[in-house]
Structure formats: structure tokens, C-alpha cells
Design a protein around this ligand. Structure first.
Ligand code: TRP
Ligand code: ZN
Length: 469
């Protein structure tokens, strides 16, 4: 099988037979009833799949931290977007022990991260169908193009589970791309004394025969990479905020002292962000503070970020801001990652500015002093070039600088209206850089293409006329 990026410019120059092959590999042109093996993301060509959307995942998982064995059953409720004689799910490692489509056994085979499913009968375009996969094995993380680990990361007392950008498929069969969002139910069973924390609201907890089952429900749509099922020995704190948001914090006791003063500020941080970005998008919130040096990063898992260690206030503000920017408003392509990281980083600048720290202009100026050959200017944030670069400095820092340049150009009133309109119009959906640019122009009434092009797409250190504020 070949998986190619879309390169329409090349098509004219290649012979007809090759053109036909390219067309067959193009997800947009998938034909013959076969769902494409990817959604067409050039940075991760096999991520997600074509031919259907998942509406709901019902995941039942049993994990034994001692043997590190996982037993799972995933029930996906999906809808075909074309006639399907065959379709793929994404799943890495693990052994599939059973697979049905609408309760009828279906043929399936593994091909790298693709789980290729051939249902007993063709699915009609528009038809809803249910896939049940039973599986087991010892899950482990995937190594990303930048060398970082992502997915199911075993710890000394459980597992740190963070799937950006690819890792969801290390623990459940998924349509593994943020383009396809779904609701989730989790039923997680672990040895008594361990806690299993997923996204959304805790529906219940039951202990029998030395094992505890936690039932979690994520109602609002969620990208697969934002799902978690983090397991460990945790201290739990639960309360409801004045705004009615259910907070569940789970903290590794070894990180409790260091994280307490920061976690205490979660409600006020969410309040502050709600004032800036609009109503908090979810009915649940919280934090999972683990000790996971193997991971080395935190992730904005939906409703309840996972931290590899006690976070500082900047990190808490960053992951909380992602709930609006990245989680509620999702990417359609990993190339647009600055829409997540630039916004979350700028939230940190704003927090400092409004809480007695340095002004956003001072943050901008400090970065702007970076010499032209510095890493900050290695590539423009709107075009990282490959999946290897999506978590690099230009995406975070120059992404935030792009927003500050926009703010300087349109003024505070228009700028904060743009942020709120972005979160509101695309709530629980998706947004692209082009859509953000159009919205910024509409709200501000200004022509911004030159400025945004300079900050988002022009290679090298931009010349700036950013006024001092
Ligand atoms: N998105 C995470 C953040 O809030 C960072 C992250 C996720 C990451 N996966 C990663 C960083 C892999 C490096 C490598 O910033
Ligand atoms: Zn981030």
C-alpha cells in the first residue's frame, strides 16, 4: 500500500498509471467501498481513517500494574460516510481476540497501525454501525517523530496515559485523528487501592473481590488524543465550583506537597479564563498529578489535564487554556498546531500580565531579542514542516508572538472579542488557521493578511513595527 501526501502540482507531470495510483491513495477520492487508511494529514499519513465517523466510544478496560497487562473491550458507534466493504481502525500492538460489526463476526487483519476490518456485508453510505473489538496485551508508548513518548506510558504504580499526537491507538482502537470527535464512556478496573482516572464526570466507583471499577463519562465531543485512563496510587479531592463544574483532582502523594498551592488555584484560573475566553466548555474539570519522569511533559487531556509532576502556575494556566483552544476548538490538521500551543502560551503571558508579573509586551520583547539564527526563528509557526517539529519553540513562542502582534494591530477590545468569538463559534468543533484569520478580520474590520502572513508563514525573524504599549 502506498500512502502519499496530496501534491496536486505534481500530478500533471506524472504518467497516467501513476496518477491513478495516487488517486487511489488519496483519501478524498477513496473509491470502491474501501475506507482510506488515513484522513489525509500530511504530517501523520496513517492517522485516522476514511469512510466513517465515530459518534461514541465505550471502553471497558482492566489493567494490572504488576504484570502491566491490559484487557480491553471497545464498542464504537459509528456512521459510514460512504459505502464501505472494508474500513480501518488505528491500533498499535496488543492482540485482537474478537471483532464484530453489528454483532456479526467480521474478518480483520493487522497491517502496522492499521486494523483492517471487512464486515460480513457492505455498509451503506449514511448507515450507523457498531464495531466491538476485544483485545489484550501489554501496552506501551509509541515513539513520536521528535523522539518523545506518547500513549500508554507505564509508571511505577500504574500508567501515565497521554495520547498527543498519536498515542490513543496504543490503548484502544480508534479513528485516531482530531478531525473525528466523539463522546466517551470508560469502565476502568484496577486493583483495590489504585485509582483509574479518565475524562469527564465520575459516574460511580465499586470495589469487589479486591478490584475497583471506576465509571467515567465524557459527554462533550473529544478528540482521541485527549482521552486518558491514568492509573496510580492517588489522593483524590472532589468538589463542585460555584459555576457548577465538577472538579476531580487525583494527586500522587509524592507530588502532593509541591502541587497543593498551585492546584488550589484551579477554580480561580478557570474563572479568570472564562472571563477572557468565554464560558468554560465542559461540565467537568480537574487535574491528574502523577510522577511520570518517563513522559516529561503535561498534556491537556480533556476536562482533566495530566501532569508528569507537580505543575507550576504557568503550566496549570497553559493546560487550562487548552480546554478552550485545542480541546473544545480542535485542529483539522496537525500543521495548524500553533492554534493550540500559541494560544495556550499566550494565555500564560496574559496571566502574568494580569497577576503582577511582566506585561505581554515585555514577554514579546524578550523573545524578539533572540538573534536571527536562534531556534525561535527556525521555521514559521503556521508551517512547522513535519510532525517532528510540532512541539518546538517556534510553535509555542512565535505562535504567542503572532497573537501579540495581532493584539497590537487591532487593540485590546477587538483582540479579546476575537478570542471569545473563536472559542464560541467553534465550540465543540474545529477551526483552521484560515478561519481564524477571516474571523480576526471580520471582528476587527481590519485587513490583517500581511501581518498574519509575516508572523505565521514567513521564514526567518520578522521585521516588526510592533508598537510599544
Ligand atoms: N500539548 C502539550 C502541551 O500542553 C505538550 C505535548 C504533548 C508534548 N505531547 C508532547 C510535548 C510530546 C513534547 C512531546 O504543551
Ligand atoms: Zn500546550
Amino acid at each position: 500500500m502506498i500512502h502519499l501526501r496530496r501534491r496536486p502540482a505534481l500530478l500533471a507531470a506524472v504518467p497516467l498509471a501513476v496518477t491513478a495510483l495516487l488517486a487511489a491513495a488519496d483519501p478524498a477520492l477513496a473509491a470502491g467501498g474501501v475506507g482510506a487508511p488515513g484522513v489525509g494529514d500530511p504530517y501523520f499519513p496513517l492517522a485516522g481513517n476514511g469512510g466513517y465517523h465515530v459518534d461514541h466510544y465505550d471502553l471497558t478496560l482492566n489493567y494490572d500494574p504488576g504484570s502491566r497487562r491490559l484487557e480491553g473491550r471497545a464498542v464504537l458507534t459509528a456512521r459510514a460516510t460512504q459505502r464501505l466493504t472494508r474500513f480501518d481502525l488505528d491500533l498499535r500492538g496488543l492482540k485482537v481476540t474478537g471483532l464484530t460489526v453489528d454483532r456479526t463476526r467480521a474478518r480483520h487483519r493487522r497491517d502496522g497501525q492499521e486494523l483492517v476490518v471487512t464486515p460480513g456485508r457492505a455498509l451503506r453510505a449514511g448507515e450507523q454501525f457498531r464495531v466491538t473489538v476485544t483485545y489484550s496485551g501489554v501496552p506501551g508508548p509509541v515513539t513520536d517523530p521528535d523522539g518523545s513518548l506518547d500513549g500508554w506510558i507505564p509508571t511505577d504504580d500504574g500508567a501515565f496515559v497521554a495520547g498527543e499526537p498519536q498515542g490513543a491507538m496504543t490503548w484502544f482502537p480508534a479513528n485516531n485523528h482530531p478531525k473525528d470527535k466523539a463522546s466517551y464512556d470508560f469502565t476502568l478496573t484496577v486493583p483495590e487501592g489504585r485509582t483509574a482516572v479518565a475524562n469527564g464526570v465520575l459516574l460511580g466507583k465499586r470495589t469487589a473481590h479486591g478490584r475497583t471499577t471506576f465509571r467515567w463519562r465524557q459527554t462533550e465531543p473529544m478528540a482521541a488524543y485527549l482521552a486518558t485512563a491514568t492509573i496510580g496510587k492517588f489522593r483524590v479531592q472532589q468538589f463542585t465550583t460555584r459555576a457548577g463544574v465538577k472538579v476531580y483532582n487525583a494527586v500522587d502523594p509524592r507530588e502532593a506537597a509541591a502541587s497543593a498551592p498551585v492546584l488550589k488555584q484551579l477554580p480561580s484560573v478557570l474563572d479568570w479564563e472564562s472571563k477572557l475566553f468565554g464560558r468554560y466548555p465542559f461540565r467537568a474539570a480537574g487535574a491528574i498529578v502523577d510522577r511520570a519522569p518517563q513522559a516529561g511533559y503535561a498534556l491537556e487531556t480533556q476536562t482533566r489535564p495530566v501532569y508528569d509532576r507537580a505543575p507550576d502556575i504557568g503550566t496549570l494556566v497553559h493546560e487550562s487554556a487548552h480546554q478552550w483552544f485545542g480541546d473544545s476548538v480542535s485542529l483539522t490538521s496537525w500543521k495548524d498546531i500553533w492554534l493550540n500551543e500559541g494560544f495556550a502560551s499566550y494565555a500564560e503571558w496574559l496571566y502574568a500580565e494580569q497577576h503582577g508579573g511582566k506585561s505581554a509586551q515585555a514577554s514579546f520583547d524578550a523573545l524578539y531579542a533572540t538573534p536571527a539564527d536562534g531556534d525561535l526563528w527556525a521555521f514559521p509557526p503556521g508551517n512547522p514542516g513535519s510532525g517532528k517539529n510540532i512541539f518546538d519553540t517556534p510553535v509555542y513562542a512565535r505562535g504567542a508572538m503572532a497573537l501579540h502582534a495581532l493584539r497590537t494591530a487591532v487593540g485590546d477590545r477587538a483582540f479579546f472579542r476575537i478570542l471569545r468569538a473563536w472559542a464560541d463559534r467553534h465550540r465543540h468543533g474545529h477551526g483552521t488557521t484560515a478561519q481564524f484569520e477571516r474571523l480576526a478580520e471580520r471582528v476587527s474590520g481590519k485587513e490583517l493578511s500581511g501581518l498574519l502572513h509575516t508572523w505565521l508563514y514567513a521564514p526567518g525573524k520578522p521585521n516588526t513595527r510592533t508598537k510599544n504599549r
